[in-house]
Design a protein around this ligand. Structure first.
Ligand code: PLP
Length: 391
C-alpha cells in the first residue's frame, strides 16, 4: 500500500515510533507496565498544557467524549450556559448541553469570523451564566478564537470557561496555569500526532470543586469526571477497560513532543501556517477565515463552482496527498488543509506544488512555482528547526 500524505484536520501522519508502539503484543490493562505508561502520559499531558497545578485526564473515546464529559460533569439541569458558536464544533457544544437539560444561550457568529469580545462582554453583562463554551480552533471554519481574552472575560463575570482545544493543543500556544481557563479539552489525533480514540482534558481545582459541590449528581457513568478522577489519581483503580494500545502509542507521541520542546513546536506550527497561507494567497484563493484569525493548524479556502470533491480527488489520485473538504453544507464549497504534527518543509513544498497544478487544472490562473517562491522564507526557517534524522 502506498502511503498518502494526510493533510486533513485529523487524524494525521504517525511517526514510525508511534506506529511501532501499536505493533506490540497485547498488554494487560491491569499490569504494572500499563499503569506506568498511563502515569507517564498524565505527566506528559501536563507538560503539553504547560500546567503544574491542573488535573490531567485521559479517557478512551474521541474528542466528542471530552466535550460531553466536560458538560455533563460541570453543568446541572437548568444551569445557564453561553455557547460561542463560530462553526460546527462550537454548535456541537450546544447540542450536548441541551441533551443534558442545560439552559443554553447559543450565540452564533458569522461563519469565518471569530467570537467578538465586545459582543461576549455584552452578553455576560446582561445575564449570569454558569459557564461559557469556547472553541479554540474551529476546524470547520478554520478560525482561531482569542481564547485567553474570552476565558478571562468569563472569569471576570463569574462564569467557568470550557475550552475545546481539540485542534489547538500541542500546535498553538496555550499556557493552562497562566491564562485562566477552568477546563481545556482535546484529543489524540490532531496536533499531538497520535492515533484517534483518546480524549484528553485538564481541569483546575475550581472546576473539580464545582463538580464535587453539585446539587444534582452527575448523570453519567462513562462521562463522569468525578468517577474518572479516581483512575487519574490511581491508574490501578478499575472503572472501564482503557484503550491500552492507543495509550501506549500516545506515550510515544507525547515523548516526541517533549523531545522537540513545546515552545519550539508552537513556533514550528506558526511557520507551517504561514507557509500555507503565503502559498495559497499567491494562488489567489479566498480564505474562509477572516484575516488575523486564521489558525496555524488548519487552513480553509472556497473553491470556485463547488468543486471541492473533484479537487480533493485529483490531489489524492495524482499526488497521494489527502486534503479535506468542508463539513455538512460546505462539503463542496470549501477545501480544508489540516497541517500539524509530523509535517515537514518537504511536505509543504510538495503540497503547494500539487495544489498549484490541481487548481490550475480547475481553471485558476496560476503561475506555477510562485507558491513555493513566496513560502520560501518560512520553509527555510522550518527546515532548520525540524528534528534532525539520526544520520
Ligand atoms: C474543534 C473540534 N471539536 C470537536 C471535534 C470532535 O472530535 P472527535 O471527532 O474526535 O469526536 C473536532 C473534530 O474534528 C474538532 O475539530
Amino acid at each position: 500500500m502506498v502511503q498518502e500524505l494526510l493533510l486533513i484536520p485529523g487524524p494525521t501522519n504517525l511517526s514510525q515510533r508511534v506506529l511501532n508502539a501499536l505493533n506490540q503484543p497485547q498488554v494487560s490493562h491491569m499490569s504494572p507496565e500499563f499503569y506506568e505508561a498511563f502515569e507517564e502520559c498524565l505527566k506528559l499531558i501536563k507538560y503539553v498544557y504547560r500546567s503544574e497545578k491542573g488535573h490531567p485526564y485521559l479517557l478512551s473515546g474521541s474528542g466528542s467524549l471530552a466535550m460531553e464529559a466536560a458538560i455533563v460533569s460541570l453543568i446541572e439541569p437548568k444551569d445557564k450556559v453561553l455557547v460561542l458558536d463560530t462553526g460546527h464544533f462550537g454548535f456541537r457544544f450546544s447540542t450536548i448541553a441541551e441533551a443534558h437539560d442545560a439552559d443554553v444561550h447559543l450565540e452564533t457568529f458569522e461563519f469565518g469570523k471569530h467570537a467578538n469580545i465586545g459582543r461576549v462582554k455584552e452578553l455576560l453583562e446582561k445575564d449570569s451564566f454558569k459557564a461559557v463554551c469556547i472553541t479554540h480552533v474551529e476546524t470547520s471554519s478554520t478560525i482561531v478564537n482569542p481564547i485567553k481574552e474570552l476565558a478571562q472575560l468569563a472569569r471576570k463575570y463569574g462564569a467557568l470557561s470550557i475550552i475545546d482545544s481539540i485542534c489547538g493543543l500541542g500546535g498553538i500556544e496555550l499556557n493552562f496555569d497562566e491564562e485562566g481557563y477552568d477546563l481545556v479539552l482535546s484529543c489524540s489525533q490532531k496536533c499531538l500526532a497520535a492515533p484517534p480514540g483518546l480524549a484528553i482534558l485538564c481541569l483546575t481545582d475550581k472546576a473539580l470543586e464545582v463538580m464535587q459541590n453539585r446539587k444534582v449528581p452527575i448523570r453519567s457513568y462513562y462521562a463522569n469526571l468525578l468517577k474518572w478522577k479516581k483512575v487519574m489519581d490511581e491508574p490501578s483503580y478499575y472503572l472501564a477497560t482503557p484503550a491500552v494500545n492507543l495509550i501506549l502509542a500516545l506515550r510515544e507521541a507525547l515523548l516526541e513532543i517533549k523531545e522537540e520542546g513545546i515552545e519550539k513546536r508552537w513556533e514550528r506550527h506558526k511557520l507551517i501556517g504561514e507557509s500555507f497561507r503565503a502559498g495559497l494567497e499567491s494562488m489567489g484563493v479566498e480564505f474562509v477565515a477572516e484575516e488575523n484569525y486564521r489558525a496555524d493548524t488548519v487552513t480553509g479556502f472556497y473553491t470556485r463552482d463547488e468543486k471541492a470533491q473533484e479537487i480533493q480527488a485529483m490531489m489524492r489520485k495524482r499526488f497521494r496527498i489527502h486534503i479535506a473538504k468542508g463539513l455538512y453544507e460546505n462539503k463542496n464549497k470549501i477545501i480544508r488543509i489540516g497541517h500539524f504534527g509530523n509535517l515537514w518543509s518537504r511536505d509543504i513544498a510538495s503540497t503547494l506544488s500539487a495544489l498549484e497544478i490541481t487548481l490550475k487544472a480547475f481553471g485558476r490562473d496560476i503561475k506555477l512555482g510562485e507558491a513555493n517562491r513566496v513560502a520560501q522564507p518560512y520553509l527555510e526557517k522550518l527546515s532548520l528547526m525540524e528534528p534532525p534524522l539520526p544520520i
